[in-house]
Ligand binder design. Structure first.
Ligand SMILES: Cc1cc2nc3c(=O)[nH]c(=O)nc-3n(C[C@H](O)[C@H](O)[C@H](O)COP(=O)(O)O)c2cc1C
Length: 340
């Protein structure tokens, strides 16, 4: 049972259980292509994320046994509760991909749930009828979820946006369709597809969807610290929260929110701790993917660990030039003033 209280303020109580896994604080790391890889998931778990989602993976590519796709699907035993996210629009292809991916990649851990992406706004995905384009057809949403459920013993969840645009806000209808198809929970980003990432996440609309559902709803969008987390929970009445960009270069956000919910003081990480954590994440990524892939990929994330600190811009420039782990590490370490 999770009781959300902040000081004297009672925000709500929920029992968030995904399959056999009960979450104590309802804190999830959002799926983010190019970011929520194994390294980020491990580090966020260390700082309090209770659940994370892989980068999105093409259901079709899974059925072809595409090698690069299967690399994205690798989950470590040290990652805790990880859901694997698939995107696709054909129920039979989705079912086959879910069946394959429920076993995990050979030699790696199995996911604890399968999430279906129905919110991606990227043109290539949308124009293919995938991601947020599925919100144009709640019947298809129900079919896809039902097909996925029939292909696995794992829980199946759905990640949605509010609708395709402001004139077509239909997240409640889509979420109910997913619920009818057998979805375990819904994660909802409080923006439409057309809004992409502009403006602010619309918490009132998330609240409306939450009220219509029997299954749990996880609120997502613009949670960047404990205060915005509390606001999202209190306005929406959600059963948990999912954090994306707010955790990039800032895995500490999970501990910050946990402390707030537990009524503890949060001790912000020192600059040394930030740098050490960035280096560990980089080290992990290099061990997982090799330097040639990991270093260019991790640049943005590494640099964000130092955001707001003196000299951050110069260090970012240096990280951008780095091609090896040692160079990137040296750049990060230069952020710690001597004798500090
Ligand atoms: C770089 C990037 C990649 C993303 N990739 C995915 C993805 O693969 N699957 C998905 O469902 N959402 C994806 N998202 C959306 C996030 O999961 C999340 O819904 C969105 O960023 C809003 O939450 P935030 O404000 O906490 O970042 C991505 C977002 C970003 C910024």
């Amino acid at each position: 049972m999770i009781q959300y209280t902040v000081g004297q303020i009672f925000l709500g109580v929920t029992d968030l259980k995904i399959g056999n896994v009960r979450l104590s604080h309802g804190l999830m790391l959002a799926p983010m292509a190019g970011f929520s890889d194994r390294a980020m998931r491990v580090i966020c778990r260390e700082w309090g994320a209770e659940y994370s989602v892989t980068e999105m993976i093409s259901a079709k590519a899974v059925t072809f046994g595409d090698k690069k796709t299967l690399t994205l699907a690798r989950i470590g035993e040290d990652e805790g509760n990880v859901a694997l996210q698939l995107f696709g629009s054909e129920p039979d292809v989705m079912a086959r991909a879910v069946e394959i991916m429920s076993q995990g990649v050979a030699g790696y851990a199995k996911p604890i749930a399968i999430d279906i992406n129905m919110g991606c706004p990227v043109h290539k995905i949308f124009s293919n009828g995938e991601g947020s384009a599925l919100m144009k057809s709640p019947e298809l949403i129900e079919k896809i979820v039902r097909a996925a459920r029939g292909a696995t013993d794992l829980p199946v969840s759905v990640k949605l946006r509010l609708g395709v645009d402001r004139e077509h806000i239909n997240a409640t209808e889509c979420a109910l369709a997913a619920e009818s198809g057998g979805a375990e929970f819904i994660a909802l980003h409080g923006r439409t597809k057309s809004e992409m990432y502009s403006g602010e996440a619309d918490l009132e609309s998330i609240k409306n969807v939450k009220r219509a559902l029997q299954i749990p709803l996880i609120a997502n969008g613009d949670i960047v610290d404990a205060d915005s987390a509390v606001r999202a929970l209190s306005v929406t009445g959600a059963d948990g929260i999912m954090i994306g960009r707010g955790a990039v270069g800032n895995p500490f956000i999970f501990e910050e929110i946990k402390a707030k919910i537990e009524g503890r003081e949060f001790k912000a990480p020192s600059l040394e701790e930030r740098v050490t954590t960035a280096i560990r994440q980089l080290e992990f990524a290099v061990a997982d993917k090799g330097e040639a892939v990991a270093i260019p990929e991790a640049r943005k994330q590494s640099a964000l660990y130092l955001k707001g600190f003196r000299g951050a811009a110069a260090i970012r420039a240096e990280i951008n030039r780095a091609t090896t782990f040692e160079e990137a590490k040296r750049a990060l370490l230069s952020g710690i003033p001597h004798g500090n």
